[in-house]
Design a protein around this ligand. Structure first.
Ligand code: MTE
Ligand code: HPA
Ligand code: MOS
Length: 750
């Protein structure tokens, strides 16, 4: 089944935030944000701006009726700066005017004096100064201290990975409309409608039942709208609350890049110990997470870094410590993988370093350390592993030895072009790491004409979750897709939702939908059994007809619904699903936090132009554990998109802040994301079918985030190509491996 949005997407008819018809009287917002990264506001002069044509009001922290606070996990983030600014781009004042042009003209007339304070941009410096968001956490298993002495080889090093701009096509924004009695309807481009509702409730000091957040779909979120859609909705709602008029505020691209947080850059120190057989005996790692100026989701992201610090390997002795470091950058946030990729990059660097020192291929170490069923993860969960299956299938299917031989042959025959190959296994835990968040609800209505309308907490952001939810209802009721509509996500219909995140949206909301549909089906079967003088257990619905005792009856789906309606049977259901069996004890850092893990192996080949430092990815060949995919088109799309986004993070997207904390890569002219030309020439994806995944919806494993981490292999493929040209090059483990870094490493010392 195709994505149900493909028809309107390709015709340009899909409705995004900015496509919502504007109500007359709508005002337009613009934000005045801090020009410096750290300082004390000495004077803010709004007088000239306030008198500008078309300006209705300028809001500062003094105008907030409730609390000037939008921090989700920790209450440490003002919506509008009071006397202190903590990062460049921090909102200070919010202008609303009759048109957007009037609002932006007024912004230019705001005058501010800020007394600068010292700026920290480096997480290691922040750690030295004890600028930590939360106390450090350590995950451990076995005993590294004693086991290093038994190792034959020990290697140490440092790994750095940079941030990443989400670059959703639809920028952040909100449109807020006054309802009667002080209620407000908030259209928001958010992954977390409830998070927006909660933040606005706090800022305005009105109960959540007054705030209807509605989301039709997003033009991408990638984690950037899990928590960071809140501020724009709160500013807009504040203006609506005070002016009693609709207010629209949509950031332009440069504002979005400057004012919002990104993937967390990490700097890490590692120490790895192996025995003669290349078994990894011990691993120590310290992570310095660059959190930015406020907590945002950093504590949760840091936690997932620790969960994934051994990737898909079993290591008996591990000690992993993470520091969430406060710097003067915009607060960094969720981004596809949620800290997992950063943890996995460090262990891959440690393995690569060991392989380089031992003059062997990293895959020799990777392969023999893959986690097996029954092995224990650092956090105590016992693996039900597909790591070896994925690796072996990839080795066979894609003939890895032949690929490696081809690369060696190419390199021996070519002077100015070199190829590099890398194998990248992945392992990703599915569930919110915060156990309480793993729940969802679905509201299903069957109308008297037999058409079906479904509301859940799931937000469609391009990942195809609405299509999967529709498929659930379709398979239970056995009716065509045209009879089913998946509604917008709305806090008045579905309450207390977790954000659409952690790749778990289809599992959680799909399972709730399954429960709701089954409850209605059970009632319909009783009606059918009465009419056909049969037993409810013997009734089945197939292709719009009722079957009794396997025999097709004359009764259609529509007739059955109509009969039930006449009999006053309830044709609606609201169902709740909470993932069973998961738990985690943060005092011990042990438990069983994930419903299941997703595994996979990718083989990546790159060709480097050794004169120019430019490169291409020849192919990415993947064996991915999908469970039993319920939609191969969507799942393939998620893999391809994740892979290209991961390659972008590791090889070309370079976020640069100046020492003074100003974003230099602040537009698409200075920040390069992969385009169709830089995507791999070939992406081959083999669907490995695996069983026993009952916590996945229809056994179809979550697919949103895991494939991004295949991109880590792109970094190592490039490194290997550079080293084929210049074996003596000393290349720090410092991603992204941009063309500039490739060029310098190629010719280093030559
Ligand atoms: N795919 C598209 N097209 N757009 C997105 O914004 N977000 C990713 C992933 N795939 C995203 C996407 C992220 S960060 C997550 S957590 C999952 O989708 C969320 O959706 P799911 O839980 O339904 O997989
Ligand atoms: N993943 C993604 N988003 C989250 C998580 C998580 O584990 N926890 C809280 N938000
Ligand atoms: Mo995804 S980073 O969990 O929104």
């Amino acid at each position: 089944m195709k994505n149900i949005d493909s028809y309107t997407h390709t015709r340009g008819e899909s409705i995004y935030l900015d496509d919502i018809a504007e109500i007359s009287g709508t005002l337009f917002g613009a934000c005045f944000d801090s020009p410096v990264a750290h300082g004390i506001i000495k004077n803010l002069d709004l007088s000239e701006a306030e008198n500008m044509n078309g300006v209705v009001k300028i809001f500062t922290h003094n105008d907030i009726p409730g609390r000037n606070e939008i921090g989700g996990i920790i209450e440490d983030e003002p919506l509008l700066a009071d006397h202190h600014v903590h990062f460049c781009g921090m909102p200070i004042a919010f202008v609303v005017a009759e048109t957007s042009e009037h609002a932006y003209a007024a912004i230019k007339k705001i005058k501010i004096e800020i007394e600068p304070l010292p700026v920290i941009t480096d997480p290691r410096v922040a750690k030295e100064k004890n600028e930590l968001i939360i106390p450090p956490r350590t995950f451990k298993i076995g005993d590294t201290a004693s086991s290093f002495s038994t190792c034959d080889y020990i290697f140490e090093g440092r790994a750095d990975s940079n941030g990443q701009e989400h670059l959703y096509i639809e920028t952040q924004g909100a449109y807020t409309v006054p309802l009667e009695n002080g209620a407000i309807k908030i259209y928001s481009s958010t992954q977390g409608p409830t998070a927006v509702q909660r933040a606005c409730s706090k800022v305005l000091a009105i109960p959540m039942h007054q705030l209807e957040v509605d989301v039709t779909r997003l033009g991408g979120g990638f984690g950037g709208k899990e928590d960071q859609a809140n501020a724009w909705a709160a500013l807009s709602a504040l203006a609506t609350y005070c002016t009693k008029r609709p207010v629209k505020y949509i950031l332009n691209r440069m504002e979005d890049m400057r004012m919002t947080g990104k993937r967390h850059p990490y700097s890490s120190d590692f120490k790895i110990g192996l025995n003669k057989e290349l078994k990894i005996i011990a691993y120590e790692v310290v992570f310095y997470q660059n959190a930015g100026a406020a907590a945002d989701l950093s504590p949760a992201v840091m936690e997932r870094t620790l969960f994934h610090c051994t990737n898909s390997y079993f290591i008996p002795n591990v000690n992993a410590t993470a520091y969430s470091c406060r710097t003067n950058l915009p607060p960094n946030t969720a981004f596809r993988g949620f800290g997992g990729p950063q943890g996995m990059f460090a262990i891959e660097c440690a393995i690569a370093k060991a392989a380089a020192e031992l003059k062997i291929d990293a895959s020799e170490i990777q392969k023999i350390n893959l986690i097996k069923t029954g092995d224990e993860f650092v956090y105590g969960q016992i693996a039900a592993s597909e790591a070896n299956e994925c690796w072996q299938k990839a080795e066979q299917l894609y003939d890895v030895e032949k690929l490696q031989a081809e690369v060696r042959k190419f390199n021996s025959e070519n002077g100015l072009f070199k190829k590099g190959i890398a194998i990248q296994p992945i392992c990703f835990g599915i569930s919110f790491t915060k156990t309480l968040m793993n729940n969802a609800r679905s509201l299903v209505h069957v109308y008297s004409d037999g058409s079906v309308n479904i509301s859940t907490g799931a937000v469609e952001m391009g990942q195809g979750v609405n299509t999967k939810i529709l498929q659930v209802a379709q398979s239970i009721f056995s009716i065509p897709a045209e009879h089913i509509k998946v509604n917008s996500t709305n806090t008045f219909r579905i309450a207390n939702t977790s954000p659409s995140a952690a790749s778990a949206t289809a599992d959680l909301n799909g399972k709730a939908t399954l429960l709701a549909c089954n409850a209605i089906l059970t009632r319909l079967k009783i009606v059918a059994a009465e009419a056909l003088k049969s037993d409810p257990e013997k009734i089945e619905l197939k292709n719009e007809f009722v079957f009794a005792d396997r025999k097709k009856s004359e009764i259609t789906w529509k007739q059955l619904v109509s009969m039930a309606f006449v009999k006053r049977v309830n044709l609606s259901e609201h169902a709740h699903h909470a993932t069973p069996d998961i738990h985690f004890d943060a005092t011990k850092e042990k438990g069983h936090p994930f419903a299941y893990h997703v595994y996979g192996t990718a083989i990546l080949t790159a060709t480097v132009d050794c004169l120019r430092g430019t490169y291409e990815f020849d192919s990415v060949k993947v064996v991915h554990d999908f469970g039993q995919s319920m939609n191969e088109i969507i799942d393939r799309g998620q893999c391809e998109g994740g892979i290209v986004q991961g390659i972008g993070w590791m090889t070309m997207e370079e976020i640069i802040y100046g020492k003074e904390g100003k974003l230099k890569s602040n537009a698409l002219s200075t920040y390069k994301v992969p385009d169709v030309y830089s995507a791999p020439k070939e992406i081959a994806i083999h669907f490995l079918e695996t069983k026993n995944n009952s916590l996945a919806i229809f056994n179809s494993k979550a697919v949103g985030e895991p494939p991004l981490m295949y991109g880590i292999g792109a970094y190592f493929a490039l490194r290997n190509a550079v080293l084929a040209y210049n074996p003596n090059s000393v290349i720090p483990y410092d991603a992204p491996m941009t063309p500039e870094k490739v060029l310098l490493s190629l010719h280093q010392g030559k």
